[in-house]
Design a protein around this ligand. Structure first.
Ligand code: NAD
Ligand code: MG
Length: 341
């Protein structure tokens, strides 16, 4: 079994004696900065000149500097910028201020795993990756809890990188929930695979294909929406709470027999082989190179595909039906990214 760390396993004094910079004040950045600050850590936030987040961070009582100033002051730097922006900002505003003994932290391994950022040899490189969106990292902390997180070490010239990462995890509340050891390669590769094949890519393609099959066969779009999208949450909730077997215990025998005999025909050998190819493209860097190139070109394919998704008929039907079910969205905060990192 994997090793899990809890409150007693972390030394709060390690991060407590450092000077910390949180770079970025988005989903993760605001949560890390506020949690660290309330845990008594000496933290400043690094933002671009003219950042719209500056006022928010200052109102929250945080000290805001430019990325370069924050990096110069700090000896522990947590980079919480979008993964596609990190390499350029690192090169121009963070790297020039790194000193021997500094610690560079990430909440996702992408830039280190694919060599987009190459830190100097005398700097520790580690990861503290909450397995949940930033607003949960913040909310659970204020409620006395935390979000389960991963820690990993990519470079450890000081010999203390792992203990420091655990101490940082403690200060953002993660050891209250549980912290798991991983590596930059495992975190990055499994994260990309999960979002591409199961959680986001596989799931949305499955829902759309099921919807198109029913509507194409002449059934009402509203029926197709309820069957292929709306009911998904009820099934996923059961799986989340009780596993696949627990979910199967709750559905009818007819549903379960259909599940057991038809599921493997949908996710058949050809699909499994495609999953293997997609994993291969993650592992050999093909996906990362494609995404870096797509960003360099201004994201033309990404924008076209996103628009096609917006134009899919299931969106119009869904918007109408959800408007009749205010309980579905009432009071729910928009979740930016359940999977990133
Ligand atoms: P985000 O997009 O919510 O926030 C990014 C922040 O960076 C914003 O404050 C933005 O204004 C700022 N920024 C953007 N470009 C900049 C630039 N060029 N210079 C300076 N500042 C700039 O990002 P996020 O979702 O918090 O992700 C941050 C990191 O956390 C990523 O590595 C991501 O993979 C990881 N992560 C995210 C989640 C999640 O649920 N959102 C979960 C775990 C890990
Ligand atoms: Mg993920």
């Amino acid at each position: 079994m994997a090793t899990l760390y809890y409150e007693k396993d972390a030394d709060p004094g390690l991060i407590g004696t450092r000077t910390v910079a949180v770079i970025g004040y988005g989903s993760q950045g605001h949560a890390h900065a506020l949690n660290l600050s309330e845990s008594g850590v000496d933290v400043r936030v690094g933002l671009r000149e003219g950042s719209s987040s500056r006022a928010k961070a200052e109102e929250a009582g945080l000290r805001v500097l430019t990325v370069a100033e924050a990096s110069a002051e700090a000896d522990v730097i947590m980079i919480l910028l979008p993964d596609t922006e990190q390499a350029a900002v690192y090169r121009s505003e963070i790297a020039p201020h790194l000193k021997a003994g500094d610690v560079l932290l990430f909440a996702h391994g992408f830039n280190i795993r694919f060599d987009l950022i190459d830190p100097p040899d005398d700097v520790d490189v580690a990861m503290v990756a909450p397995k949940g969106p930033g607003h949960l990292v913040r909310r659970t902390y204020t409620e006395g809890g935390g979000v389960p997180s991963l820690v990993a070490v990519a470079a450890d010239p000081s010999g203390t990188a792992h203990a420091l990462a655990l101490s940082y995890a403690h200060a953002i509340g993660a050891t209250r929930a549980g912290v798991l050891d991983t590596t930059f390669a495992e975190e990055t590769e499994t994260d990309l695979f999960g979002e591409q094949v199961v959680l986001c890519g596989g799931l949305t393609a499955l829902v759309q294909a099921g919807y198109e099959t029913l509507v194409g066969a002449g059934y009402q779009p509203e029926s197709a929406y309820f069957e292929c999208l709306h009911e998904l949450k009820l099934i996923v909730d059961l799986m989340y709470e009780q596993g696949i077997s627990g979910m199967r215990f709750s559905i009818s025998d007819t549903a379960e027999y259909g599940d057991l005999t038809r599921g493997p025909r949908v996710i058949n050998q050809a699909v499994r082989e495609e999953m293997g190819r997609i994993l291969g493209e993650i592992q050999d860097g093909t996906f990362a190179a494609e995404w870096v190139e797509e960003n360099a070109k201004g994201r033309p394919r990404y924008k076209a595909l996103r628009q096609a998704g917006l134009d899919h008929p299931i969106e119009a039907v869904g918007a109408e039906l959800r408007a009749m079910m205010p309980f579905v969205t009432a009071g729910k905060q928009k979740i930016q990214d359940i999977s990133g990192g």
